[in-house]
Every structure is written in C-alpha cells, then in structure tokens.
Design a protein around this ligand. Structure first.
Ligand code: IFM
Length: 464
C-alpha cells in the first residue's frame, strides 16, 4: 500500500490512526527519543571529560554556523521540567543516551556526579511510569580514547565493555531496555569513512575496521548487561536506508542492492548471521577488517530487540564502476534536511528483514521523524508536514505489523529540537520547539495530536 500524501489523507483527522490500526493496542509503546550530546549542554560541568564532538565542533568548518553542544537544550539543568513535559504529553516511553565522558574519569573510575545525574533522571522517569530505553553510545566518545585511535583501536571495544559494566551495575532496575550503540553505520562511515562526523577521518578501510570494533564492543557488552541487569532487554539500534533503482536496468538494480548492502547488511548480517556481506568488499575492494577468532560469535550473540531508525529513501543508479550514485528524484516531497519523505521504505525494509533474517528479534522503531523550519507564531507551532509525516510512517509500521513483523513500539525523533550534529541548530526535529536564546519550550501541534491520541487510546483500552 502506498503511504503517500493523497492516499493517507482521506480521513479528516490529520494524525489519529484509523480504528483498525494495530497502534491502538495498549502494548504498542509510543515514546520519544533524544541523545546526550544533542540536548544536555553543560559540557564542562561536574568533571565531564571532552568528547570527540567537542573537538569536532571546535574545528572550523565542520559544523554549520560553528554551533556546538556546549549549551544545547540545557537539559542537564532543566531535566526535571523536561521529564514533566514528557509525562504531561502522555508519552509512554523515553529513549535517552548516556554521555560516556560524563560518567567515567580518565582512569576509568566512576564519576559520581555524572552518574548521579542519570540516576536522578531515570528514577524520576520510573516514578512517572515511563518506560526507559537507554543507549550507551550515541556518538560522544571520550576524546582521550580517540587520542589512542578511537574505534580504529580494538582496545576501545574493551573499554566500552567496562563502561557498560559500570553503567549496568549502577543503573540496574531503572532501565527497561539497554541499547549498546546508536547507528554504528554513522559512527563508522560518517566518522571514519567520509569525515562528515567526528572524528572526521576519510578512509573506507578505516570505516570497515571501525565498524568491526563497534560491533565487537556491542557483542562484548551484551553479556555484561545481561549479568548485571537480567530483567532488562538488551539490543542495538541501527539506522537503515531504502535504496531504489533509478531504472529497471540490471546495473541500476544491482546499484540499489549494493546501496542496501552498504547501509543495512553491513550491520545486520554480522549481528544476525555472524558474517559480513561479501558484496561490501566488491563495493570497497581491499577493505576487509582484521577479525580475530571468536569475534563473529561475540558479535552475533542473540538480542532481545533490534532498534530501527528510519528517515528516507535514496534513488540510485550504477556509477559505471563497482558502485552506486545518488540520482535525486525531482518533484517528490522533501523535509528541511532535503530527505525524501518515503514511508513505504520503512514497511518494505521491515518486511524484507523478516524474510532475510530467520532470527530477527522483536523490533522497536527507535527513531523516526523529520526536520522542518518551525517558527513560533502567536505562541503556537503548526508543524503540518510533521503531523502528516508521522501519520504516514505510523501507517507503514501498522502495515508491517499486519504483514507479520513483530514490532513492539515507536519512538519519535525527537522529543525537542536539538543539536543536529554537522547541521547545528538550524534543523528542527522536535515535537517540542526550543528557543535557544531563552530555552523556552513550546509544544508543537504534532505533540498535541500525539498526546491526544495517547490519551484517547488509554481511555479506550480502560473501557475494554
Ligand atoms: O539527530 C539524529 C540522531 O542523533 C541519530 N539519528 C538521526 C537523527 C536525525 O539526523
């Protein structure tokens, strides 16, 4: 089914799912997500160490307008009000990340002040009855580890397991689900392959080796999390990309296949099959990472859940050599990021993963959302495109569930506007608007409608 603007706008309500949608089920978790460096600020407080993103932001030309996470949404100081806002909206889940440089000193001993921040935050979330998904690594690697090679150094994977050990011993009981990594594709490829993200290195061989160490870090952490916090769920979050061929030619179809190998199978095959896809090394010849005995078993240990982040599709053609090139489609709907709005991609990929991976664990959509140039006018933000975007993507999730994919929840990206990495503060992904000069939060229309749906769902399910 096409989840395009026309077909999904037959109903007058701009957001509420139709009565037969599986999203009315009370056990389908609906929440919002954020990440430490994007919202916390307070980068020099309570002994927090520098991260690779502090360094990257301080490097001229790396981040739009020279922005940084130094203040961000000042969530480190405003967390109580932010939790009240989240709970007030009736959101049932909150996905946050921990800043590794905040919770461990240089010598690996715990930084109590940083740990206390997360303890207070998670305790309050629990008191409010909010399900907590905690990501251990959402890209803010301590700079001192990068100085020793970062994810190119196998040692970083062992340091990550130590960090996972500390966090799960300290926070056990207050975390419903642990995700080891957020989007290893971005850490490996954007960080070490094309240099768009910290630490800004540009080398395909680095990207594959960094990916291997990231996945190894994940694999080493999972049993540690299980031992320290057996009641919680353990998983990982992958961003996935839909690649469609520009024409029906065999070359373009192969290009689209390679695009999806590079975006999806590069991560999902090692996790779920215990091997890297060989086609990756046809795309990037000679980039096979150094793999030690036992690594692939460590990486492919069973998961309780797989987090999926989805945003857009890419139309691709053969580049005439081994690979693919983007061929942007004209006349399609796009967001402030320039990303094409393509809900079918989410449904198609979820169904294809179910087919491809016999052991696909239960899935949470851990991020989905869009950026728009939202303005507060007379105290209101009418983010019409986002409302329609969310409705159509939730319809795609419903369709995948009906096709048999075990999807347990959906987190909007993001709870509030925040630091959008190399794009700084210009791109606004929140369902809550943030005025960075005053730190005033304004609930956008999208948040009001999500909230209204959640309240209606709760009442309806109570009546049943
Ligand atoms: O803001 C990011 C987030 O940190 C990771 N996933 C994609 C989002 C939008 O680009």
């Amino acid at each position: 089914m096409a989840h395009d603007a026309l077909s999904s706008h037959s109903s007058a309500d701009p957001f509420t799912p139709p009565a037969d949608s599986t999203l009315w089920r009370e056990n389908f978790l609906l929440g919002a997500a954020t990440a430490s460096y994007q919202i916390e600020g307070a980068v020099n407080e309570d002994g927090r160490l520098p991260s690779i993103w502090d360094t990257f932001c301080a490097t001229p030309g790396k981040v739009l307008a020279g922005d940084s996470g130094e203040v961000a949404c000042d969530h480190y100081h405003r967390w109580e009000a932010d939790v009240d806002m989240l709970a007030g909206l009736g959101l049932e889940g909150y996905r946050l990340s921990i800043a590794w440089p905040r919770v461990m000193h240089l010598d690996g001993t715990p930084n109590r002040k940083g740990l206390d921040f997360y303890k207070r935050l998670l305790t309050r979330l629990k008191e409010k009855g909010i399900t907590t998904f905690v990501t251990l690594y959402h890209w803010d690697l301590p700079q001192h580890l990068e100085d020793r090679g970062g994810w190119l150094n196998r040692e970083t994977a062992y340091r990550f397991a130590d960090y996972a050990d500390l966090m799960s011993r300290e926070l056990a009981g207050n975390v419903d689900a642990w995700a080891t990594l957020n989007e290893p594709w971005c850490s490996a490829y954007l960080g070490y392959g094309n240099g768009h993200h910290a630490p800004g290195l540009v080398n395909a061989r680095f990207a594959t080796q960094a990916m291997h160490h990231l996945l190894l870090a994940h694999g080493l952490a999972v049993p540690v999390l299980s031992a320290n916090d057996p009641a919680s769920q353990k998983g990982i979050v992958a961003n996935i990309g839909r690649g469609t061929p520009n024409s029906d030619s065999a070359d373009d179809r192969r290009a689209a296949h390679l695009f999806e190998v590079q975006h999806n199978a590069w991560i999902l095959d090692p996790l779920l099959k215990g091997t890297y896809p060989q086609a990756l090394f046809e795309l990037w010849p000679g980039t096979e990472p150094l793999i030690l005995d036992g690594d692939m078993q460590t990486i492919s240990a069973p998961l309780d859940f797989l987090g999926i982040n989805y945003y857009f599709r890419t139309n691709v053609a053969s580049d005439g050599a081994h690979g693919f090139k983007d061929v942007p489609l004209q006349g399609v709907e796009r967001t402030q990021m320039g990303w094409e709005v393509y809900p079918d991609g989410l449904c198609d990929l979820l169904i294809s993963f179910r087919r491809e991976y016999a052991n696909l664990p239960p899935v949470y959509i851990t991020e989905n959302g869009m950026a728009s140039d939202d303005k507060v006018i007379d105290g209101r933000v009418d983010d019409t495109q986002r409302i329609s975007f969310l409705k159509r993507h939730l319809a795609a999730v419903d369709e995948a569930i009906k096709a048999g994919v075990d999807i347990r929840g959906y987190f909007l990206w993001s709870l509030m506007d925040n630091f959008e990495w190399a794009f700084g503060y210009e791109r606004r992904f929140g369902i809550v608007h943030v005025d960075y000069a005053t730190q005033k939060r304004t609930i956008k229309r999208s948040a009001e409608l999500v909230s209204r749906f959640l309240k209606e769902r709760k009442e309806r399910n109570l009546r049943i």
